[in-house]
Design a protein around this ligand. Sequence first.
Ligand SMILES: Nc1nc2c(c(=O)[nH]1)N[C@H]1C(S)=C(S)[C@@H](COP(=O)(O)O)O[C@H]1N2
Ligand SMILES: [Mo]
Length: 199
Amino acid sequence: MNLITRGFHGRRGGDPDRIPPGQYQTHDFPVLTVGPTPRVDTDTWTLTITTETGTRHTWTWRQLLDLPQENPHTDIHCVTRWTKLDTDWTGVSLDTLLHDVETTADYALAHSHGGYTTNLPLQDLTDGQAWIAHTFDGRPLTPEHGGPARLLVPHLYFWKSAKWISGLTLHHEDEPGFWEQAGYHDYGDPWREQRYRGD
Ligand SMILES: Nc1nc2c(c(=O)[nH]1)N[C@H]1C(S)=C(S)[C@@H](COP(=O)(O)O)O[C@H]1N2
Ligand SMILES: [Mo]
């Protein structure tokens, strides 16, 4: 009986169809940060989307929380090979934030407090694929995981999910971010194992 029970729980937690190639499942929530953890105060917090023409759209913390909130339930995949299944977040969809933003740009560069950047095609931020997340597992996102708010783009390797996000700039040309300049893949699809440039 014990073996059967263990096997059952093992399969429930480790569905191979949900672990991308080269990844292993973790139940922890590892912290991966380049440099010190910035302390960002919600009293002065803003998020700014700047279009390719220089038009700026800015939200305060209060304005972010007054927007429709979503509760994505999703798996996350770090390029250092851990995958965490069934994570629960609360945040605002980029569809909501981009709704009134007029742009013909194809690319976005996410900017974080502390200077981290990461680039994505703008179409990977729309259609229910990306959020500005402020809550993890029902609790305010802790500073080490990017609190008060981070980008969440779970279909790409987790380095694309910029912690302590301060804004997005929209561009006609792709501009590699921090890890992308350092040799990581420009796009970073975990299912195609796009870890490094050339993969
Ligand atoms: N601003 C910022 N965002 C970041 C990072 C970082 O160093 N700085 N690390 C990235 C990497 S490589 C990963 S795997 C995830 C880690 O998020 P976590 O520490 O919440 O697990 O954040 C990503 N976002
Ligand atoms: Mo990572």
